[in-house]
Design a protein. Structure first.
Length: 127
């Protein structure tokens, strides 16, 4: 039996959500930021003598170490949130579960960022 629906009717509500390009670019920019910041962070931490607790506190207490840590933490958590959002949107089909997981993803990412910033400030102020 041939469908009597028009092509526009068949694609209604299945089109672009109008945010795909922004999401694509944001994920690529955060990936580039991570590709630069993560090796710098690892090298700076490795050369700071970090296995020693006093050296690690000194690294995180310095302006350079705190800034590099904050940039790396922000880029990593933002990139993680964007990536998990795509996974949830692509593979979770129930509207309620999808909404819950997307909200949880955002809250966890922001919660981890706040915890990291709090820990960084505590280390910076203690040094």
């Amino acid at each position: 039996m041939k469908s009597m629906m028009t092509p526009a009717k068949r694609t209604n509500r299945l089109g672009s959500a109008k945010s795909g390009t922004h999401h694509f670019i944001a994920q690529r920019v955060s990936a580039v930021a991570l590709a630069i910041a993560l090796p710098l962070f690892v090298l700076a931490l490795a050369f700071s003598g970090a296995p020693d607790p006093d050296a690690a506190r000194g690294f995180f207490g310095s302006a350079w170490g705190a800034l590099l840590t904050l940039i790396t933490l922000t880029a990593a958590l933002y990139h993680m949130r964007l990536g998990l959002q795509v996974v949830v949107e692509d593979y979770i089909h129930g509207a309620g579960l999808k909404f819950t997981l997307l909200i949880g993803n955002t809250l966890i990412a922001y919660g981890l960022w706040l915890a990291g910033v709090y820990a960084l400030f505590r280390l910076a102020l203690a040094a």
